[in-house]
Design a binder for this molecule. Structure first.
Ligand SMILES: Nc1ncnc2c1ncn2[C@@H]1O[C@H](COP(=O)(O)OP(=O)(O)OP(=O)(O)O)[C@@H](O)[C@H]1O
Length: 220
């Protein structure tokens, strides 16, 4: 599903954020990416989503070398991915329904199909009854669930989440992790960056540990 081969990332203003990173994630795996603040977790996820580019090495997603993907190829790559962020990145002047619908509207789906898929996604995260609400009227946990619904509404086979529970209290964090686990049980591959070791050990899965840009652990 995803392979990093001797990947390096250098930011001109900073220096080396990733150093000789190699790993493989198989289809359907549940993998956590952990490490201290500044270890390179977000950078690694950004390389998979082609938000940033590797300086050296090779990244292969679904059998396709995406390291030097052209700008035209990027939408096709992102279509395979569901991206979830710590700060939700919702549009606060749009309803829950409209936030989740946005990727489908941009992709040109017809209104009937948009409604069907948005309601299916909201159902999966337990927010069907709140589709008309504006995001700021929801709790942090609910807002993150809107973010998850938006990320999965186009049925990606790979979810990438960057500290998805970082702003949530323990109960909301557990609910969000349970939703990820349900997707994983259905065959969706997960790569979740988190520094919450307790949550990771409770959830179970393989752990990739970054330390100052290098992978120090690739084990189970
Ligand atoms: N666009 C950028 N330009 C310059 N330096 C950057 C950029 N993005 C990240 N860095 C630097 O690269 C290093 C790794 O950052 P990254 O955000 O990947 O770490 P992280 O493990 O996700 O940290 P955190 O847990 O605090 O989010 C950091 O020292 C950061 O300052």
């Amino acid at each position: 599903m995803l392979e990093f081969k001797e990947v390096y990332k250098r930011y001109p203003e900073f220096g080396e954020a990733l150093h000789d990173v190699s790993f493989h994630i198989g289809r359907g795996e549940r993998v956590f990416l952990t490490g201290h603040s500044g270890a390179g977790k977000s950078t690694l996820l950004k390389l998979v989503a082609v938000i940033e580019r590797a300086t050296r090495g090779q990244i292969v997603l679904d059998g396709r070398n995406i390291t030097r993907a052209s700008n035209r190829e990027i939408p096709y790559i992102r279509r395979k991915l569901g991206l979830i962020f710590q700060d939700y990145k919702l549009l606060y002047d749009r309803s829950v329904f409209d936030n989740v619908a946005l990727p489908l509207v941009i992709a040109g789906f017809n209104p009937g199909e948009v409604s069907r898929r948005v309601r299916a996604a909201l159902g999966k995260v337990g927010l069907l009854s709140k589709e008309k609400r504006l995001p700021q009227t929801l709790s942090g946990g609910e807002q993150q669930r809107v973010g998850i619904a938006r990320a999965i509404v186009h049925k990606p086979d790979f979810i990438l989440a960057d500290e998805p529970t970082g702003n949530l209290d323990p109960e909301a964090a557990r609910e969000v992790m349970d939703i990820f686990r349900d997707f994983n049980d259905l065959g969706v591959t997960l790569l979740i960056a988190s520094h919450d070791e307790q949550l990771i050990s409770r959830c179970g899965g393989r752990v990739l540990r970054l330390q100052r840009g290098s992978l120090s652990e690739v084990g189970a």
